[in-house]
Design a protein around this ligand. Structure first.
Ligand code: CTP
Ligand code: MG
Length: 258
């Protein structure tokens, strides 16, 4: 694992000696944004004059249920992230920044390594979802605090979804799952810290398909055979993947600021 080159912004109980339990949010921002195709990493692309990662950090902080942040930075950009987040007036919680890894999963693991003793709940949120409503953050943390050790937000799927397999120059449809039982999953995902640590440790040690197939943290928990619970997601927490999504996000912001 890469060595963390982080900062601790305030002298905020760095060894976790307080009695009360705290919630840490890992904000994944180390991706390159290849599908967006800009010449800078996606988390640093601006929306309404501010980088996506700053929007996301502000909303996590505004929820009132996140006690500290660990941000995963793209290669060579730890300093840039620190400059961006450390003095932001709307991110009034301690922030650490660490190098991400080559995959999202490796980045989350690097962030998780910086959790402190008292952080009993860990949220994982993608900087690529900059407009996450604070309500949604509170809903996920609330469900974890009420006793569910793994919680994901999800939305009903509106398109009919087909299962396919390659078949020459087209694909052959092999099935149509019952749409009413399908959900599109978002972040933040919330976990009891110990469970997430175990899921990542097991996932990282498993060279096989399950780890590679886990496109989110809950997938690693599922691979352990542990239950994952779902709360209602929010369309506003949509992910920025392409230019169209960025355009959509700026329209949403204009609408809400009007
Ligand atoms: N991420 C990360 N470390 C990686 C890869 C991704 O921290 N090695 C983060 C991204 O910064 C993003 C989130 O995981 O906030 C979700 O990933 P995705 O939307 O796929 O972002 P990118 O990987 O940056 O985009 P692309 O796949 O188009 O390159
Ligand atoms: Mg990616």
């Amino acid at each position: 694992m890469l060595a963390p080159h982080g900062i601790l912004r305030f002298n905020h109980d760095p060894v976790g000696t307080r009695d009360e339990m705290t919630t840490l949010a890992i904000l994944t921002a180390a991706g390159s944004g290849s599908r967006l195709g800009r010449d800078l990493p996606k988390a640093l692309v601006e929306l309404d004059g501010f980088p996506l990662v700053l929007h996301a950090a502000r909303r996590l902080a505004a929820s009132g249920v996140v006690d500290s942040l660990v941000v995963t930075a793209p290669d060579g950009l730890v300093g840039v992230m620190i400059d961006l987040l450390a003095d932001d007036p709307y991110v009034q919680i301690p922030v650490q920044v660490t190098d991400g890894g080559p995959t999202r999963q490796a980045s989350v693991a690097a962030g998780l390594a910086l959790a402190r003793q008292g952080d009993d709940v860990v949220l994982v949120h993608d900087a690529a979802r900059p407009l996450v409503p604070s309500d949604l953050v509170r809903r996920v943390v609330g469900a974890v605090r009420s006793g569910h050790a793994a919680v994901v937000p999800g939305l009903p799927v509106t398109d009919t979804v087909k299962q396919v397999r390659p078949d020459g120059d087209t694909e052959l449809v092999t099935g149509t799952p019952d749409r009413s039982m399908l959900r599109a999953v978002q972040t933040p995902q919330g976990f009891a810290r110990d469970l997430l640590v175990r899921a990542h440790r097991t996932g990282a040690g498993r060279a096989g398909a399950e780890y590679l197939a886990a496109t989110d943290d809950a997938g690693l928990v599922e691979a352990l055979g542990e239950p994952v619970h779902m709360v209602a997601g929010d369309a506003a927490a949509f992910k920025i993947t392409t230019e169209r999504d960025l355009w959509l996000a700026s329209l949403v912001l204009q609408e809400t600021n009007a």
